[in-house]
Design a protein around this ligand. Structure first.
Ligand code: NAD
Ligand code: MG
Length: 287
């Protein structure tokens, strides 16, 4: 397809962004994902599970037989309800956990609430994330922005993981959402990119520490994926050409990420996989 055919219409939203305001609507696998019992009976918490990659993961997990709790910001209630509807249609239980995880007490409360309402916890997907790319230089980054990026992407990941560990046991796993930005950082995203490099590093150490407890820890590194995060945080001209610089020449859809998360969550398929980062990047290198 030509670059024109791969372009997105100009559009902007305020963070965190909503799915309903996006053109075209992202594909979360609603019509395409088919489960085969890979996660039968498991209980998962997906932070940021209302929209984008998190919604695709929640839908796929449910179709693979898992019950799913999702964290999200209160402003995203309509997206969260839609994800819950798809989980329910798959015949699985959905638990909605609104709250701002840049607040420590809120972040730490998510695993307890998920475990209480699901009867336990087997899989933690640290997927919530924030970036802000509408600025020219490192000199333009405000302290509020630094706080929001680092607290959402790193502090909250650590808080949620710490609180989840008392629920996770032999055969369970943690999957962190990294990024191509950990490998090929863009200067306009330098604070965000640094958190994603740190997430890769954390994944290795968590896998080392938790392996003896039978808990696997991995990460997925997405390339450019069409989600609310993009029109909410990138300048309009970047949104229009989003993803065209990949070898496959286009942005990915959230649905194209879900199988990687299902694989890493599966105690059978990924029984010996821990401490790794699985790239789903449209061809950009993750080494
Ligand atoms: P998204 O906006 O759909 O999902 C991000 C979610 O994070 C939001 O829905 C929101 O619920 C949650 N979140 C953000 N701040 C929060 C807070 N303070 N409290 C609670 N929840 C909060 O966008 P997405 O692209 O699906 O993002 C999911 C993950 O994928 C992020 O970690 C992102 O960094 C990563 N990622 C995305 C891309 C991409 O191109 N879209 C590329 C690489 C990595
Ligand atoms: Mg959202």
């Amino acid at each position: 397809m030509s670059a024109d055919e791969q372009s997105f219409p100009a559009q902007q939203q305020e963070p965190p962004g909503l799915t309903g305001a996006m053109t075209p609507t992202p594909d979360h696998g609603e019509e395409s994902y088919r489960g085969s019992g890979r996660l039968d009976g498991l209980r998962a918490l997906v932070t940021g599970g209302d929209s984008g990659i998190g919604r695709a993961v929640a839908i796929a997990f449910a179709r693979e037989g898992a019950d799913v709790a999702i964290g999200y910001l209160p402003d995203e209630e309509e997206d969260a309800q839609e994800t819950a509807r798809w989980v329910g249609e798959a015949g699985r239980k959905a638990v909605l956990l609104p709250g701002d995880i840049t607040d420590e007490a809120t972040a730490r409360s998510l695993p307890d609430q998920a475990a209480e309402q699901l009867g336990g916890l087997d899989v933690l997907v640290n997927n919530a994330g924030f970036q802000m790319a509408r600025r020219e230089s490192v000199e333009d980054i405000t302290t509020d922005e630094i706080d929001r990026v680092l607290k959402t992407n790193l502090y909250a990941l650590l808080w949620v993981t710490q609180a989840a560990l008392k629920h996770l046991g032999d055969g369970s796993s943690i999957i962190n959402n990294s990024s191509i930005q950990a490998y090929q950082p863009s200067s306009s995203l330098l604070d965000y990119a640094s958190t994603k490099a740190a997430i890769n590093n954390l994944t290795v150490n968590l896998a080392a520490e938790l392996g003896p407890r039978g808990i696997r820890v991995n990460a997925v590194a997405p390339g450019p994926i069409w989600t609310p995060l993009q029109p909410a945080t990138q300048p309009e001209e970047k949104v229009q050409k989003f993803g065209q610089d990949t070898p496959l020449g286009r942005a990915g859809q959230p649905a194209e990420l879900a199988p990687a998360f299902v694989f890493l969550a599966s105690p059978r398929d990924a029984s010996y996989v821990s401490g790794t980062v699985l790239g789903v990047t449209g061809g950009k290198p993750v080494f």
